[in-house]
Design a protein around this ligand. Structure first.
Ligand SMILES: Nc1nc2c(ncn2[C@@H]2O[C@H](COP(=O)(O)OP(=O)(O)OP(=O)(O)O)[C@@H](O)[C@H]2O)c(=O)[nH]1
Length: 301
């Protein structure tokens, strides 16, 4: 009976009791966010993308009077960041290894000098062993003095065998031997430790390509130092061009505590972060979790 009247009154209440989020409101919030993200080492291009996502989500949105507009903006910002942090493809390394019918599963580790490759290999060996998998390491860094002893020391501590040649030997031959050994002994996983390098070391880059071309690893992991901040994107791109990177391990997040590099790197090369390094101990390897990263970026430091 009073339906029409009720409808009119309600529509009037709705119209008056809501405001629209203006571009100005959004821009103010975005300026603040931009600063926070750049300070957290997020790459400029990623910041720009986030701004666009947030803007399109918020501008023109109707909000009831009395609701906390700032909260709405913050939620939209967090949602956009979470979207960027969430890899398009996730890799469960344990499942991948177990589902491979023909052993071994081969993982090659590449990255800059001192990014934490060898430590990460020891951590991952430890992690895999805890999941009941057997591991052998190929000491394919035959270039840097002390590298073989270093990997052997780590391997001894986590109870894993190392296949090695002398310094100056062909790293591909070492990897090949380790795979052969694993095949003969029924070992589940081969972890290939390669020399640290950058794009200026042409020979070393070619050598890395050869290791990958010949051994055809199931997974190529780029180990990046989170402390390198923005520079890590360029590094990752160069390695991705040379050998296709399947996944990333980001180290030293315990010292960085910001996570901006993590936000940028996945976006830059489109490969998921698999693990993060959070310390120097063998258990300081965490499976990547985008919600944890979000908390690191926005939470109190
Ligand atoms: N705090 C912290 N330190 C780490 C982490 N991962 C590695 N490190 C340290 O980083 C340093 C370099 O690590 P390495 O594993 O030797 O690096 P690398 O990439 O093998 O070095 P190159 O052989 O020169 O290529 C060592 O002192 C490690 O203990 C981490 O997640 N957190």
């Amino acid at each position: 009976m009073f339906g029409k009247l009720k409808e009119k009154l309600n529509s009037f209440v709705d119209k008056v009791a809501q405001t629209e989020i203006s571009e100005k409101d959004v821009n103010n919030a975005l300026d603040e966010l931009e600063w926070e993200l750049l300070e957290a080492d997020v790459a400029f291009e990623v910041v720009e993308e986030l701004k666009e996502r947030i803007k399109s989500e918020l501008v023109g949105r109707k909000v009831k009077i009395g609701t906390n507009k700032r909260k709405i903006v913050e939620d939209a910002v967090e949602k956009a960041v979470l979207d960027v942090l969430t890899p398009q493809r996730k890799i469960n390394i344990i499942e991948e290894i177990r589902s491979k019918t023909e052993k071994p599963y081969v993982i090659a580790f590449v990255g800059f000098n001192g990014s934490g490759k060898t430590t990460t290999i020891a951590k991952l060996a430890n992690y895999l062993r805890k999941h009941g998998l057997s591991v052998v390491i190929a000491a394919s860094d035959t270039f840097r003095a002390g590298a073989i002893e270093q990997v052997e020391e780590h391997a001894k501590r986590v109870g894993v065998r190392v296949i090695k040649h002398r310094y100056g030997a062909d790293p591909t031959a070492v990897a090949y031997d380790a795979i052969h050994h694993a095949k003969a002994k029924g070992i589940d996983v081969v972890l290939i430790d390669t020399a640290g390098r950058n794009e200026l070391n042409r020979n070393l880059m070619d050598e890395m390509k050869k290791i990958v071309r010949v051994t055809k690893p199931d997974l190529v992991i780029f180990v990046g130092d989170a402390l390198a901040g923005n520079a890590i994107i360029e590094q990752a791109r160069q390695f991705n061009e040379a050998v296709k990177i399947d996944g990333v391990v980001l180290t030293k997040l315990d010292a960085d505590a910001r996570g901006g590099a993590a936000l940028s790197i996945g976006h830059a090369i489109g490969a998921p972060i698999l693990f993060i390094g959070v310390g120097q101990g063998y258990d300081d390897l965490k499976e990547y979790d985008e919600k944890w990263m979000l908390e690191k970026i926005f939470g109190e430091s």
